[in-house]
Ligand binder design. Structure first.
Ligand code: SIN
Ligand code: MN
Length: 303
């Protein structure tokens, strides 16, 4: 899938692109059906909500689940990002966020690149997020909120929040959020049909199978899910190969260390069986839990 000239321009301006119903119900149902068995596992890769058994985020399913290993090589997600960067990509992070009915907690305002820089020493912002909805996303089940154009601010000062939720995050201060939202349109206005337009906060919503592509510096957040509907979404963080991380402060199941370029499967891969590698199918190797505060030498080693 290639992006049009208009889509390139829209991405530059807003920092995100929305593709409603990019995947069919048949493709999405197969993925959604594989989630409960992954969430049941008592492993480090399942981070649960504070004080609850509900999974907040599952890491690295593409390393041990056939369905998600296939999704991780899907041309409808990989090709547009390759076209934006003009470079091959590797998988920096792979998550299935639960945001489960009644239990899904907030994600505070943040930029993803803030974490990748501060924790992983990723040299530049040449990395992209893709979100795929596995459930319908509406105004009630905690949709993502974006501040359009906020990616243009580059890296914003952030503080490491270790207490609000069960997952540590480099978060952006409320005063700055107020300014960024004001600059992006503030409260916006209502058009003749009663629709909110030109708002400084937007929330792409749509059926399961929809995809969002968003810049690693785009400021985003989501509220809790008090509705009776799950909001399971998959997030791929795709990094340009030459921009790979330089430090392994976080374990490998969170920030990956294999910088091999992704090769795509055919477009019908979610409907047919193609062979995929599942290196962690028998459990996390001990090496996937090891961490270091020291940067590693990224220069090519002599043969
Ligand atoms: C994230 O920003 O990484 C997750 C946000 C969400 O799932 O709502
Ligand atoms: Mn994020």
């Amino acid at each position: 899938m290639q992006l049009s000239h208009e889509q390139h321009a829209q991405f530059e301006r807003d920092g995100y692109l929305f593709f409603p119903s990019l995947f069919s119900p048949e493709e999405t149902c197969k993925l959604n059906a594989a989630v409960p068995a992954l969430y049941e596992r008592r492993e480090a890769f399942n981070v649960r909500e504070k004080g609850s058994d509900a999974v907040r985020t599952n890491f690295a399913a593409h390393m041990y689940s056939r369905e998600f290993a296939t999704l991780a090589r899907h041309p409808r997600m990989i090709e547009p990002v390759e076209s934006l960067f003009g470079e091959k990509l590797y998988m920096h992070q792979f998550k299935i966020n639960g945001k489960m009915a009644f239990e899904g907690d907030v994600w505070q305002w943040h930029q993803d690149y803030g974490t990748w820089l501060n924790d992983d020493m990723m040299p530049t912002e040449r990395a992209m997020n893709i979100a795929i909805f596995l459930d319908d996303v509406n105004e009630h089940n905690g949709p993502l909120m974006f501040i359009p154009g906020s990616h243009k601010r580059g890296v914003i000062d952030a503080k490491h929040d270790l207490t609000t939720t069960s997952y540590p995050l480099w978060t952006v201060d409320n005063d700055l959020i107020r300014q960024l939202v004001e600059r992006a349109g503030g409260k916006g206005r209502y058009d003749q049909d009663g629709r909110l337009v030109d708002s400084g906060i937007v929330s792409p919503k749509g059926p399961a199978g929809s995809m969002i592509l968003f810049h690693s510096c785009l400021v985003h957040a989501s509220t809790s899910n008090l509705s009776p509907w799950n909001r399971v979404s998959v997030y791929l963080s795709l990094c340009a190969v030459g921009n790979h991380i330089r430090r392994h402060k976080r374990p490998e199941y969170i920030a990956h260390r294999d910088f091999t370029p992704i090769s795509c499967l055919p477009d019908d891969c979610l409907l047919k069986d193609y062979p995929v590698d599942l290196p962690w199918k028998n459990g996390l190797p001990a090496s996937a839990l090891q961490t270091s505060l020291q940067p590693f030498d990224a220069s090519p080693q002599p043969a």
